[in-house]
Ligand binder design. Structure first.
Ligand code: DAK
Length: 292
């Protein structure tokens, strides 16, 4: 059953798209060799890499692309050999947004009744950390997808923005919320109301990105893979717990958040890896994690 997910049927092209679309369909899990919109690999021990690969459309996030992306994310999430995931695009674009040509003809009922692009939220259910390596355009849904990741790395020349206002609409995948949390209300409001962009260098300065790299996609990807490999070298139990408590800080007040963290901290005394990590430190040895 886990291989079945609800997804919207994509439309072929804006000009020829019928008005009555899309409708919900079920789809089967996809084998990685048959992906058409992404590339999947494991370039370092413990690290899963997903590369968005629709170069002619600047990696616009179509429904078929999301089917494949979610399928690949789920497989890495379930793979016990994988400890961290990296999501990247190309030099020119991480992703230039949701596919405008697919969205353009939708009616309110199409979008509302069929819960249009609900599968975007799958990323938020992952327990393993995901690092975005962004070069070029990360606009609209592309910016939102990058912000959904747990760590955001970019090139200094990357181009972030929520230009939906120019299309007569607003961000729809959390852009107004995550950008405001990262940049503060005034800066986020300015960007969302004007559709102006933010460079990677500014994104790092304002706290949207953890780090901005010189160079292109290769350089930022190398940085992301190195960080992912480091995370994957730690106990999975502790990594999942660390991601969980940091994310809780977004939902809870400081007092409840600190209490929540303490409960999880206490619970880690029940893990094998806490014993192994502390014993290895005392004995000046390398910890050999059991992932339990
Ligand atoms: N969708 C479809 N095609 C796109 C695209 C997009 N978002 N962005 C670019 N392309 C296509 C172009 O149409 C062009 O295709 P051809 O004409 O060659 O067939 C090709 O990619 C190359 O683009 P350009 O010729 O325009 O390239 P330039 O270098 O001149 O310009 C650009 C690059 C990124 C500045 C420009 O392409 C651009 O402004 N793109 C649109 C950016 C944008 O407005 N993005 C926001 C889209 S709205 C939701 C979840 C998410 C969303 C909503 C709801 N829910 C969960 C409810 C998200 C909404 C959005 O993202």
């Amino acid at each position: 059953m886990s291989s079945l997910r609800l997804m919207l049927r994509p439309v072929a092209a804006f000009s020829s798209a019928p008005r009555t679309l899309p409708r919900l369909v079920r789809f089967q899990t996809t084998s990685s060799s048959s992906y058409e919109n992404i590339l999947v690999s494991t370039p370092k021990p413990g690290v899963g890499l997903i590369t968005l690969n629709r170069p002619k459309a600047l990696n616009a996030l179509s429904s078929p692309l999301f089917v494949e992306l979610n399928d690949a994310l789920r497989k890495f999430e379930e793979d016990t050999e994988i400890g961290a995931i990296v999501l990247t695009g190309s030099d020119r674009a991480f992703a230039a947004g949701a596919d405008i040509k697919e969205m353009a003809p939708l009616t309110f009922s199409d979008a509302y009744v069929n819960n249009f692009i609900a599968p975007w939220s799958y990323m938020m259910t992952l327990r393993k950390p995901v690092i975005a390596a962004v070069s070029g355009h990360a606009l609209g849904g592309g910016c939102e997808l990058a912000m959904m990741c747990d760590v955001l790395y970019c090139t200094k020349t990357a181009n972030f923005g929520q230009p939906e206002i120019k299309l007569g609409t607003i961000p729809g995948a959390g852009g107004s919320q995550r950008m405001t949390a990262a940049l503060g209300k005034s800066k986020a409001m300015e960007l969302i109301l004007t559709g102006n962009n933010l460079s990677g260098e500014e994104a790092e300065k304002h706290g949207l990105a953890a780090k901005a790299f010189d160079g292109g996609n290769k350089e930022v990807l190398d940085g992301a893979l190195e960080t992912a490999a480091k995370i994957a070298s730690y106990s999975r139990v502790a990594v999942i717990a660390a991601k969980e408590v940091v994310n809780k800080s977004q939902d809870l007040g400081i007092r409840e958040g600190v209490e929540y963290e303490r409960r999880i901290f206490h619970s880690l005394f029940g893990s094998q890896d806490q014993k192994i990590g502390m014993k290895a430190f005392a004995e000046k040895k390398k910890a050999e994690w059991t992932q339990s």
